[in-house]
Design a protein around this ligand. Structure first.
Ligand code: BGC
Length: 820
């Protein structure tokens, strides 16, 4: 395997991400990789001392400022309310001075250094040996964790020991409101820098956080700050407790102001006598509760944390994570680099989603401000499969969050002259926040993506109670949108068309009959009709309620079925492929092979119009439909589609590689599948897209799980409790183990070159799977082993380029690099 990391700095350790050398040159990357979070609260891996950073970052999911979007040219229905996650006051700072000399990692004489994130206990640890300018050696050991059990709590420890001579030591623990990344020395953080990268957060130019309250108690060292966002009115309270333990003499002092709360300890430190500081921090946020009241909540969180104590808080964290790994671990024995990277990816999904309760899952989780902290379809298509099959409680929360946006989505559909509900392409508060409609609002497929995730969740868990009470509304309103948006054409038999939408591929926008959209809308319509009919028989009372609540008629349900059956699915007989949309094949092809690397990604180097004119993809589109609705396509069609689209897919979005890996596996391009898998696996760890500094690519981390379970593991969920397996174990792997929780029973799946083994690890259910066409049933104490004859079809190399072949009109397909 090609190794993407310098192992002298990043040793392969199956349960830890460890950095052996401090490097001020890639702080943006390491701050993201060492971020700790729980889906509600996230702390970037900034150094304790505060100063050296790419971006100081503390994020509370959903805590955002709003601003009026100024369109250069207005039009009806454009998104109005910009929403940007706020970089919250920073409570990570613990500055150290020895002989009044500050510890500053970028210039410090470091004799030893190691930082590691332990994926088993969720604690970030740093240990360093500093030789001060006056030659004294100082051992500094610190830890940081965001509690998974106590949603609002972070726990830090900081321990200083002089090794040689006595010296005055000062430790200054702070909560600092930096006003959107501007640091205390008025240096703007790099993520806000110049340029026009649409993937970064918008820059808020005026003061966002208005100070409301500050308090400090010099007896206990407890300090707090409270703020209100100027426009959104959201409020935040942050409070820190301090506990110092040392045999050295010391004094303490508390100072608070609008933007800074500081607890300082001056210690007459003796050699060999440690100074141990514990700092616990609580964050509470709300849509408008006065911050004083939030500080009461912080007080309760911190009182409880103090009663429990650090060892108990750590033990809780460990227990939480033990349960997580028992449900979710993926094992690839004999491949430590791959193993480590897989676990870091799974850990990152967990950190993005675990306690996101009541909120969505931002594209960057709580590790950075990229994409403004917004929620996209990334959640439903990339993150939810992992949650549904390993941590259904979190999947349910994510769906309930969408349900809570249904009224806003109904209003949005109305603004766009449609019936039903149209979910926002990107949002925090439920309003559409996508200022660029062509690659944003036009992605109506978000409705079907949500319906798909809902269907998958209900099928996998059997949670019909949720479906009957809330989910049904989502099915109905999304189906209505499609039924109303599409229209009938009756020349060659009646077909149902959907025009003027954008599919997942953002390099081709506002098209007619986008294949992905139509295939997913067909599913949405079919599934909604089926859900209504099932409800009618299974729960007449809930059906009657839903009928009244939604003014549902039998005719419209019939109409959904008709639209689904007659959905237009573009197909080119001559090439034997599904065009991405009805005009896709008319476009010229972009020559990616001859496009200079400094022109990639295309979105940062070409005007959108230039890109839109060509057959060139940002990310999997048809190929994603082949995965999500695989039953709708024959194996021959899948192969032909994959071969056609693969050479023209740039993968400029990290949402692409995982999907290409899955379908490459299925159709037989094993080596290519593995290459795509590795590129997704290391997308953040090796900063392969150059923007990990903006935060973790959470969709890709979720996709890594799908690439393992669905790609190599061959798992497919056909709905209604029909689960199939057709594995594709990579050549170099001796085995692959993953876990699925279905209907409350957890099954461990192990794929080996010549067999597949299913073992129930937890729960009492019996589960039926179809393994390459043969039905097997696994139950408690009844493991099953199925012999495997190979790993599916095998195609060598890469798909042939379509360049040089002829279109149906006889013209030759050629490719160019625009402007070259
Ligand atoms: C992708 C979208 C995705 C968004 C957020 C964009 O680059 O094209 O599909 O939803 O990033 O991750």
């Amino acid at each position: 395997m090609r190794d993407f990391l310098d192992r002298s700095r990043w040793p392969a350790d199956e349960w830890r991400l460890t950095e052996r050398r401090y490097d001020a040159g890639d702080l943006g990357l390491t701050e993201t990789l060492f971020a700790v979070g729980n889906g509600y609260l996230g702390l970037r891996g900034n150094v304790e001392e505060g100063r050296d950073s790419h971006t100081h970052g503390t994020f509370v999911n959903g805590f955002h400022e709003t601003w009026p979007i100024q369109h250069a040219e207005e039009a009806f229905g454009f998104a109005r309310v910009g929403q940007t996650i706020v970089n919250a006051p920073d409570a990570k700072i613990i500055r150290l001075y020895v002989d009044d000399e500050p510890l500053l990692l970028s210039v410090a004489d470091l004799h030893e250094y190691e930082r590691s994130l332990d994926l088993r206990d969720g604690v970030l640890r740093r240990r360093l040996l500093w030789r001060t300018p006056s030659g004294k050696r100082v051992l500094v050991e610190s830890t940081r964790m965001v509690s998974l059990e106590q949603k609002h709590l972070a726990v830090m420890t900081f321990e200083v020991t002089l090794l040689d001579d006595p010296a005055p030591v000062a430790i200054s623990s702070q909560i600092l409101n930096r006003q959107d990344g501007e640091d205390e020395y008025h240096v703007r953080h790099k993520a806000m820098g110049e340029g026009s990268d649409p993937r970064k957060a918008e820059q808020l130019t005026r003061r966002v956080l208005e100070p409301q309250t500050n308090e400090g108690d010099s007896d206990t060292g407890r300090v707090a700050l409270g703020f209100r966002c100027a426009e959104s009115g959201m409020t935040l309270g942050v409070m820190a407790d301090h506990d110092i333990v040392t045999e050295n003499e010391f004094t303490s002092r508390v100072v608070t102001g609008d933007d800074l709360a500081k607890t300082t300890y001056r210690v007459a430190a003796q050699p060999g006598v440690p100074v141990r500081l514990t700092k616990t921090v609580a964050y509470h946020t709300s849509r408008g509760v006065p911050s004083r009241e939030l500080l009461d909540r912080c007080r309760r969180t911190l009182d409880r944390a103090r009663d429990l104590g650090v060892p108990e808080l750590r033990a809780e964290q460990r227990t939480w994570l033990d349960a997580f790994w028992a449900r979710a671990d993926v094992e690839v024995p004999g491949q430590p680099e791959v193993q480590q990277a897989i676990r870091w990816n799974l850990f990152s999904i967990m950190q993005a989603a675990a306690r996101a309760e009541g909120q969505g899952i931002p594209a960057k989780g709580v590790t950075g401000s990229g994409y403004g902290g917004h929620y996209f379809w990334d959640t439903e298509v990339y993150v939810m499969p992992f949650l549904t099959y390993t941590t259904p409680r979190a999947a349910r929360n994510a769906l309930r969050f969408r349900y809570s946006l249904l009224d806003a989505a109904r209003r949005r559909a109305g603004q766009l002259a449609q019936k039903g509900a149209l979910f926002p392409w990107r949002t925090i508060n439920g309003e559409e926040a996508s200022a660029y409609y062509a690659a944003g609002t036009a992605q109506y497929h978000i409705d079907a993506d949500i319906a798909y995730a809902l269907s998958q969740y209900v099928g996998a868990t059997g949670d019909v109670e949720f479906l009957d009470r809330e989910g049904i509304d989502v099915f109905v309103e999304t189906a209505r949108l499609w039924a109303d948006l599409g229209f009938w054409r009756s020349e060659e038999g009646s077909t149902f068309h959907i025009h003027g939408v954008t599919g997942p591929d953002e390099y081709t926008t506002v098209v007619n009959d986008n294949l992905y959209t139509n295939v997913m809308a067909r599913f949405n319509l079919r599934r909604a009709a089926e859900a209504v009919r099932t409800l009618q028989h299974s729960n007449p009372t809930a059906y009657a309620d839903a009928k009244a609540r939604l003014s549902l008629t039998d005719e419209e349900v019939e109409e959904w079925g008709r639209a689904a059956r007659n959905m237009s699915i573009p197909f080119d007989e001559h090439l034997g492929i599904h065009p991405q949309d009805s005009h896709f094949l008319e476009r010229e092809m972009w020559d990616l092979d001859h496009t200079p690397l400094d022109k990639r990604p295309l979105l940062l180097n070409y005007h959108p119009l230039v890109i839109y004119r060509f057959q060139v993809l940002k990310q999997a589109d048809v190929v994603l439909a082949l995965f999500l609705q695989g039953e709708d396509f024959t194996p021959e069609q899948k192969r032909a589609d994959f071969e056609y689209y693969d050479p023209i897919t740039t993968g400029d979005s990290t949402l692409s590689a995982v999907v290409q890996s899955i379908i490459a596996s299925e159709v037989g391009y094993h080596d290519l599948a593995y290459r795509y898998f590795l590129s997704a696996l290391f997308v953040d760890l090796a900063d392969r897209h150059g923007n990990t500094s903006d935060g973790v690519h959470v969709a890709s981390t979720g996709g890594v799980w799908s690439a393992v379970a669905a790609g190599f593991g061959g798992f497919r969920d056909l709905g209604a409790g029909q689960w199939t397996m057709d594995p594709r174990l990579p050549d170099d792997w001796e085995s692959l183990t993953y876990r699925l929780t279905l209907r409350g029973t957890r099954v461990r799946v192990t794929v080996r070159p010549d067999e597949l083994e299913l073992v129930v690890e937890d729960g009492q259910g019996h589960l039926a799977f179809e393994v390459r066409g043969a039905e097997v049933v696994v139950g408690p104490d009844a493991p099953v082993t199925v012999p495997l004859d190979g790993q599916g079809p095998r195609l060598e190399g890469e798909p042939p380029s379509p360049i040089g072949t002829r279109r149906s009109d006889g013209t030759i397909i050629s490719a160019i690099v625009p402007g070259a």
